[in-house]
Each structure stands twice: as structure tokens, then as C-alpha cells.
Design a protein around this ligand. Structure first.
Ligand SMILES: [Zn+2]
Length: 283
């Protein structure tokens, strides 16, 4: 496209300024959208603002009919966009996009503002999420308690580690498991609410694990029965044996029933071991 603008018939396309290139400017708002989508990172070389100056590059060059559609725009650092970076460009048109020093300073300033606005928005989303989870918690404990700042900090960490959806599912689970009620009005006790909150991280972990290992929930249930009924249970071994049983498609309902009637840990263990032995896993 070296000849664009030099051909008098095409001159009108360049507009009254008589530039070599027909240019369409990308508005600040649109540039911001493109930068946000690309996480303020040059999509060619991976360098980020504010270390490098970012520009909005047209994937299909304007000279070849490329538009300002966001799908045709990509974040590029100055070097990559002007052909000095990792990307090799043959199109002289792109080389012409070099900015003078003043424009560069302006761009840098504008970009830092955008970057700050972006980071603030991300922080705000995190804040809002934490507040929503805190509201969810208060509702789940029937308005009996609300989270302190320390509580919200913990929620923020849990959301980061397990994701919002899982934390929201863990909340009723924790209250169901650890909540205790007392008095005529059958209210959740403050003590048990605190206890349930202290267990929330553990509940999140169990939920995640049980999604990865569907048998785990059943195994915890069996272990819980044994623990409540018997004076001794080898808790590590029982989980290991139950995992082996699960691999052999054991009927967990019968393991539940047996756990409720067994007279000792060793008797229960023997049944599991026999089941495992008599059901070899096909490799
Ligand atoms: Zn780059």
C-alpha cells in the first residue's frame, strides 16, 4: 500500500489533511475497551503498560478496508506496532504511525490514567463480590450476625482460591453442618455461627474435592457414622479402603447400613478388605 496517497485519484480518501494514509482514529473510550480486553498487554510481545506505551493496532489495516470494529483492534506496544518489535511488518503504512515525542508523552499520560481506572474497577469488582458474599452469609445465618472486616478479608481469600460459586454453595453447607439451635425460638447460637464460619474454608475444600472425587462425600458420611458409634476408627485407613471400594463401584448404601450396625472397627475393616480382594480392578 505504499502508493496510497501518491496516486492522485486516491488523494481524496486521505481527507483534507492530505495524509499519506486514510486514517480513522480510535476513540479513547474504544482504546480503553481494547486495552482492558487485552489486560493492558501487547498481544505481540507480551510487554505490559506502563513499561511500554500501548497502541491500538488494526488487524486488518485501515488502508485495506479494516474498520474500528473492536474485533479488528488489538493491543500492541509502540515497538511492535511500528515494526521494530518481534513482529515483522512489511506494510510501510504501519511504520508511518510513529508518533512525535509530544504525542508519545500524551499517550503515556493517558494510558496511566486508563490503567489506574482499570485497576480501580477490578478492585471495585472484588470489593462488591466480597460485600455480596457477606450479605449472603448474614442472610444464611438468618440475620443473627454479620461479618467483621477480618471476616470479609477471609471471604476475599476464599473467593480467590475457590471461586465465587463454590463459596456461595459452601455457606449453607457450613451452617447446616455446624449450626446449632437453642431456646424456644430455636435460634442459631452465636457460638455455632462463629464455629461454622471458622469451618467455611474446610467446607470449600471438601466441596471442591468431592467434585473431583464424587465418592468422597459418601466416604465422609461413612467415616462420620463409624466415628460416632465406635470407640476406635483408623481414620486414614478407612478413607483409603473406601476409595478402593469406590473404584470397584461399591454400593455405598450397603456400606452405610453396615457402618450403622457393625460392632467394631476391625469387623468393618475386614468387610471392606474382603470386598476389595474379591473385586480386582481391571487394569
Ligand atoms: Zn510489543
Amino acid at each position: 500500500m505504499l502508493t496510497v496517497g501518491r496516486d492522485p485519484r486516491l488523494c481524496n480518501l486521505a481527507g483534507p489533511a492530505g495524509n499519506d494514509m486514510p486514517r480513522i482514529t480510535v476513540s479513547k473510550k474504544l482504546r480503553f475497551e481494547v486495552f482492558k480486553r487485552d489486560s493492558f498487554t501487547c498481544q505481540y510481545c507480551g510487554q505490559k503498560a506502563p513499561e511500554v506505551i500501548l497502541q491500538c493496532d488494526h488487524i486488518d489495516p485501515v488502508a485495506e478496508g479494516g474498520t474500528n470494529d473492536i474485533l479488528n483492534l488489538i493491543t500492541s506496544c509502540f515497538d511492535c506496532n511500528s515494526g521494530k518489535g518481534a513482529r515483522s511488518l512489511s506494510d510501510q503504512a504501519v511504520l508511518n504511525k510513529q508518533m512525535d515525542q509530544l504525542a508519545e508523552l500524551q499517550a503515556r499520560r493517558e494510558q496511566i490514567e486508563m490503567l489506574i481506572e482499570w485497576r480501580t474497577a477490578l478492585e471495585k469488582i472484588k470489593e462488591d463480590t466480597t460485600e455480596k458474599v457477606a450479605e449472603h452469609w448474614s442472610a444464611a445465618v438468618e440475620g443473627r450476625a454479620s461479618l467483621t472486616k477480618t471476616g470479609k478479608d477471609k471471604v476475599r481469600k476464599l473467593v480467590k482460591e475457590y471461586g465465587l460459586d463454590l463459596v456461595l454453595r459452601a455457606i449453607p453447607e457450613a451452617i447446616e453442618t455446624y449450626g446449632r439451635r437453642s431456646g424456644d425460638e430455636h435460634l442459631l447460637t452465636m457460638e455455632s455461627i462463629d464455629h461454622a464460619f471458622s469451618k467455611l474454608g474446610g467446607v470449600c475444600r471438601v466441596l471442591r474435592d468431592s467434585e473431583e472425587k464424587p465418592w468422597l462425600r459418601r466416604a465422609f458420611y461413612v467415616r462420620g457414622i463409624l466415628r460416632a458409634r465406635l470407640s476406635y476408627v483408623d481414620e486414614r485407613l478407612v478413607m483409603h479402603l473406601l476409595e478402593e471400594c469406590a473404584k470397584r463401584d461399591v454400593d455405598f448404601d450397603s456400606l452405610d447400613r453396615l457402618a450403622k450396625s457393625t460392632s467394631s472397627w476391625s469387623a468393618y475393616r475386614d468387610v471392606l478388605e474382603q470386598f476389595i480382594e474379591s473385586h480386582p480392578v481391571e487394569e
